[in-house]
Design a protein around this ligand. Structure first.
Ligand code: ADP
Length: 226
């Protein structure tokens, strides 16, 4: 269980998270949706302990950052580090000294190649493989499906379902509604740094319909396309 109470965040004078109150339970998958710039990544970075903030984040896993795997939208890799070395580093950081890298390389990544030379999708798959090997209690996946091929997308979907069945807490942001509606127990809508809606599965189709209507408001005519 993770509880956020009155969470707030400013970047300079810009208030990017406002009075966020949320609970995330074990064995459940939470989708976070919102326009670009609405605060999803900042929210994730606060939960992951990477940003200072006001308000409180509490968890049964204490300190939370030691039981949390965060897949960032664009994972960072040190230069001159192979995929294998990266996985070893991430595993050793959690005290797993001898990960079975070959067997767990389910995305067939070229482990002896420098990670910084991987494609966007391969980088994401490498970072995901590494945090899964850490056997975390909580996972945050920031746009996990972006830039990743269809087969791997399906695999990531199955991984999320498996993690849920193992009792993990999972937070995902995605712009692909179908991927969220397939896996999530709740979808949380964030707008300009505030939580404006929390939807349970029986109402997912209403939410999708509402989002479609909002994006279909005749705005394209302004482009005057010919
Ligand atoms: P999202 O993930 O929903 O696209 P972000 O959390 O990345 O949104 O951004 C929320 C707001 O915070 C945006 O206005 C963005 O410009 C601002 N922001 C994000 N990171 C920084 C930063 N490091 N410094 C200043 N402003 C930032």
């Amino acid at each position: 269980m993770i509880t956020l109470k009155k969470l707030g965040k400013y970047y300079g004078a810009n208030e990017v998270l406002k009075d966020i109150n949320l609970e995330f339970e074990s064995g459940r998958v939470y989708g976070i949706v919102g326009e670009n710039g609405s605060g999803k990544t900042t929210l994730f970075r606060c939960i992951a302990g990477l940003e200072k903030h006001s308000g409180e984040i509490t968890s049964i896993n204490n300190p939370l950052k030691d039981s949390l795997g965060f897949l960032e939208t664009i994972p960072f890799f040190f230069s001159r580090m192979t995929g294998r070395e990266y996985i070893q580093l991430i595993s050793v950081a959690r005290g797993h000294s001898n990960p079975n890298i070959e067997e767990q390389n389910i995305f067939n990544l070229p482990l002896d190649q420098y990670a910084e030379t991987y494609s966007t999708g391969m980088k994401k798959k490498l970072a995901l493989t590494a945090i899964l090997m850490q056997e975390n209690a909580v996972y945050i996946f920031d746009e996990p499906f972006n830039g990743v091929d269809i087969q791997s997308n399906l695999l990531i979907n199955e991984i999320i379902k498996r993690l849920k069945s193992l009792g993990k807490t999972i937070l995902i942001s995605s712009h692909i509604f179908s991927t969220l509606s397939d896996t999530c127990d709740r979808i949380i809508v964030i707008k300009a740094g505030s939580i404006v809606n929390q939807i349970d599965p029986q109402d997912f189709s209403k939410l999708e319909e509402q989002m479609r209507r909002e994006s279909d408001s005749g705005i394209i005519s302004k482009l005057n396309l010919r």
